[in-house]
Write a protein of this length. Sequence first.
Length: 249
Amino acid sequence: MRAEDASSESQERAGVFATTHWSVVLAAGQEDTPQSTAALEKLCRIYWYPLYSYARRRGYSPEDAQDLTQGFFARLLARHSLESVRPEHGRFRCFVLTALKRFMVNDQEHASAAKRGRANVHIPFDTLEAEERYSLEAVAQHTPDKLFDRAWAVRIMETALAGLQEEYRLEGKYKQFQTLKQYLGRGEKEMTYAAAGLELGLSEGAVKVAVHRMRRRYRDLLREQVAQTVSTAANLEDELQSLKKAFYE
């Protein structure tokens, strides 16, 4: 490999981890700015349901699980203990879940503070929709930790899929996305490649090529999403495997 190619690859890898969930939290612990607050609130919206589902599986009622999760994020947004955060293990989902578990130990102590916090912090979340989703996932009898991991995996995959959909929409290929997205998963397909070709006015061979490109781009976007939750390339590979395990088991 030429020196300039190696340098370019090194810079590209560094760029992947330049802005991660860890960097957002670390920056928020060092300074209080509108930008850092907005970034932290975005993280709260990403992890709301995974933590809510964890609390539900631990036996909290829908109302108490919502109160607990909102209280936890109110405390996080108030930047309590963020200055001492260290991404030692590189997995942000582990940090968030561990922090919630500690918060739950002191739930009674934080109860009044959590209620006050909700007056100053609002993380949009549809509890009814969350309950419908939880009722479907709870049937699998996952442990609280496994349910959290699965909800996290689904959230990451949904975000990557939304990004893929937007790219196709901007390219004027929204119909192609809607027709071919069924081939991204492992389940039974609604139609054959030939049938999809008739739907899109393409040959069967062209459909196969289009599906290959869509799958490749989806993997890239999924990788980008997971990269935002870790701090090193080694952690990235491990976390990608964890995502697959959490979703498919």
